[in-house]
Design a protein around this ligand. Structure first.
Ligand code: ARG
Length: 419
């Protein structure tokens, strides 16, 4: 009888290569390796061939860049989702898509299980497992690295014993993950939050001190919250992000150093490089300042935070995430226009913005000719606006019968400061 099949998320690295053999032996299953291109800058066909050499019975390599951008990256940009106000969620956004595509592959290949190479300490295992359990509760989940509990030396011994290719190049001193939305770098000396990340941490951004001496301006166009063009040139999403990664990276923009709260209760020090993402978040927010009402803007900050937490915590396929997206799509309908950003030596600043739906109205804001604002209405408005406070002062804070006055200046200065 044929062995059962399992779809393994395969990166071509040591862990998942060893996992192919380990699953064969431990679970007596045939491994179908699954690799997709999320813009991580690797040759996925070469990875597919390595999987076959390593003992996979079949191997899938597919380009998922545009799916990733259109259905995961743009929605989270539109929602303003930055985890803990800092992390643009590149790794966290990739996981539910990879898991979803693996479920599709499992159906196509008649597989009964899925596997990933995550450890038992991080967020990624949660994101994979929850997505599998949500979309395909019948599939068994295998997590070799979480299960085998080996030291690195034991793993290398196993690899040697089974003739598994170990990369000739020296293994990175960090643990990294990357896709077109950003790089995540952790472990090694970065585990000391007092230590400045050494130069070899970074691959996409130059050290700001080595950035060009001339500032550079870039114009980013948006349609209903989605980026559409750079410097007037329309591009598809993956190309647009690649272009902005290059421009912002060249100026040293997009380095993030964060001590973050993992879902599993650990605080961990993470370095991110996300030049394009950080530039887009900043530009997008500037366009919102121009086009969203004050109330929408304020309310949206709550949505942004919840949306970011849902993504980080692996709950992409929750109804709440989809409900918040419905809000976001509606909220973004007038967020169209162009933002001009200036990049210089690791910093960026908005220098211009325009929109056909701008709520910035010159005829209301101007102090010059053409003013249409009715200043005489301000007096009545101010009286009513302050009525609660002026009433309280009269009857309580400044009232002798109520123990007042309690609003004189010295009462708010500490007594010894008056000596
Ligand atoms: N801390 C980030 C997250 O949970 C990144 C994890 C990336 N994984 C890695 N091997 N560096 O989304």
């Amino acid at each position: 009888m044929a062995r059962e099949k399992i779809i393994l998320a395969y990166s071509g690295g040591l862990d998942t290569s060893v996992a192919v053999k380990w699953i064969n032996e431990t679970y007596d299953m045939d491994v179908v390796a699954y690799t997709c291109d999320l813009g991580q800058g690797q040759d996925i066909q070469a990875i597919r061939e390595k999987a076959l050499r390593t003992g996979a019975v079949d191997a899938i390599a597919e380009d998922a860049r545009n799916l990733f951008v259109d259905y995961f990256v743009w929605p989270s940009l539109m929602a303003g989702a930055l985890y803990e106000g800092k992390y643009p969620l590149a790794t966290a956004l990739g996981r539910p898509l990879i898991a979803q595509l693996m479920v599709r592959a499992a159906r196509e290949h008649g597989a009964t299980a899925v596997a990933h190479g995550c450890t038992g300490k991080g967020n990624d295992q949660v994101r994979f497992d929850v997505t599998f359990q949500t979309l395909a509760p019948d599939l068994k989940i295998v997590a070799p690295v979480r299960e085998w509990k080996w030291t690195r030396t034991q793993e290398l011994e196993y690899a040697a014993k089974h003739n598994i290719e170990v990369e000739a190049t020296k293994k990175s001193i960090f643990s990294t993950d990357q896709n077109l939305w950003g790089r995540s770098i952790e472990a090694g000396i970065l585990e000391d939050p007092w230590v400045e990340p050494p130069p070899e941490t970074f691959q996409w951004t130059v050290d700001p001190k080595d950035a060009p001496d001339q500032p550079e301006e870039v114009e980013i166009s948006f349609e209903q919250g989605r980026p559409t063009a750079v410097n007037g040139r329309e591009m598809d999403g993956a190309d647009l992000i690649a272009e902005l990664n290059a421009i912002a990276g060249k100026h040293g923009v997009g380095r993030i150093d964060h001590v973050e709260n993992r879902l599993v209760g650990i605080k961990s020090r993470e370095i991110y490089e996300a030049p394009g993402a950080i530039l887009l978040y900043e530009a997008h927010r500037e366009l919102e300042y121009l086009t969203l009402s004050k109330e929408s803007q304020r309310f949206k900050t709550q949505v942004s935070q919840t949306y970011a937490d849902l993504i980080y915590n692996g709950l992409w396929f929750s109804q709440l995430r989809q409900d918040l997206m419905a809000f976001t799509v509606s909220n973004q309908q007038y967020v169209s226009g162009v933002v001009r950003m200036k990049l210089y030596k690791g910093g960026m600043i908005v220098v211009g913005r325009k929109s056909p739906h701008s709520l910035y109205r010159h005829e209301l804001a101007t102090y010059e000719e053409g003013d249409q604002y009715d200043a005489s209405a301000a007096m009545g408005f101010i009286k009513i606006h302050g009525l609660g406070q002026t009433t309280q002062a009269k009857h309580q804070l400044l009232n002798a019968k109520a123990g007042g006055p309690r609003l004189e200046l010295p009462s708010i200065i500490p007594p010894d400061a008056r000596k």
